[in-house]
Design a protein around this ligand. Structure first.
Ligand code: AMP
Length: 288
């Protein structure tokens, strides 16, 4: 596996691959790899001739009071894990390579960014995500890019950018990878002490309780949300948000008559965690 730090370097490598008619898959990440990241790399490895993983803790998607400085970083460990998955190139640029002096463009997606994490964290977050992902697509020019359903709203934002800017890339959303006790894997789980780690299991248990009601035929959103809220409150968690929204455009649902995104965000101990389930109108469970 090659580690490349410059845009020129990655362009040269991808151009050579393309000249040899090799397909290119990209997995954008901020590092601190866990099995969720590795599942995206394996999906990319299965589909593509050349697999590029980007490792870039993107400063513009963090707010001033967020955890940019504390965000876990261990490039050597990440490189070893990526290599084990058969990744060909780790693209690990410095911030100045991505945002040189004079950088002045920001991509803003309206509508779907104004709720859930966009409302809770602030508009800057998805502006930062949309801009860096568009740049990565411009730099790497992948055929397919892989994202985790863990960040369901992020996947929607990326799809919207690709559609609106006619970017020639296919977006693959991969299922949420969980710990054995159901906690969604996240780089931020390292912030949890033992008590908070235990408390954090309530997020998925709350979503389970709501999903169970939905599977049993309940369609009233308030009733479904109440089941989840009870589990959270019992665990001492007051969510930033706990909402049921249409899974295609994030409009709020009172009656769950179509595929719905059941999304939660909460501060647990020192971490802010997010999780979600898809409630499908078919009689089966979505990404759990
Ligand atoms: P991050 O490094 O947190 O920006 O995540 C990089 C990619 O991995 C994003 O597309 C995430 O949605 C995805 N990801 C993070 N956690 C998980 C998980 N538990 N399961 C599946 N994908 C994940």
């Amino acid at each position: 596996m090659r580690i490349i730090r410059t845009i020129d370097g990655i362009r040269t490598a991808v151009t050579e691959a393309r000249a040899a008619r090799r397909s290119v898959g990209l997995v954008p990440t901020m590092g601190a790899f866990h099995d969720g990241h590795l599942s995206l790399m394996r999906a990319a490895r299965a589909d593509n001739d050349l697999v590029v993983v980007s490792l870039f803790v993107n400063p513009t998607q963090f707010g001033p009071s967020e955890d940019l400085a504390a965000y876990p970083r261990d490039e050597a460990r990440d490189a070893a894990l990526a290599e084990q998955q058969g990744v060909d190139i780790l693209f690990a640029p410095e911030p100045a390579e991505i945002y040189p002096d004079g950088f002045a463009t920001s991509i803003h997606v309206s509508g779907i960014t104004e709720v859930l994490d966009g409302a809770s964290r602030g508009a800057f977050h998805f502006d930062g995500v949309a801009t860096v992902v568009a740049k990565l697509f411009g730099i790497v020019a992948p055929d397919i890019a892989y994202f985790g359903q863990k960040d369901a709203q992020q996947v929607m934002v990326v799809r919207q950018v690709v559609r609106d800017l006619n970017l020639p890339v296919r977006i693959e959303a991969c299922p949420i990878v969980r710990e054995p006790d159901g906690l969604a894997m996240s780089s931020r789980n390292v912030y949890l002490d033992a008590d908070a780690r235990q408390q954090a299991t309530a997020l998925n248990r709350a979503l389970d309780a709501a999903s169970d009601l939905h599977v049993a035929g309940e369609r009233d959103a308030a009733t479904i949300l109440e089941a989840a809220r009870r589990v959270l409150l019992h665990a001492g968690i007051r969510p930033d948000y706990l909402e049921l929204r249409s899974n295609d455009d994030l409009t709020p649902l009172e009656h769950v008559d179509r595929d719905a995104l059941l999304a939660v965000a909460a501060r647990v101990g020192a971490a802010r965690l997010i999780d979600n389930h898809i409630l499908t109108t078919r009689d089966e469970r979505g990404t759990r």
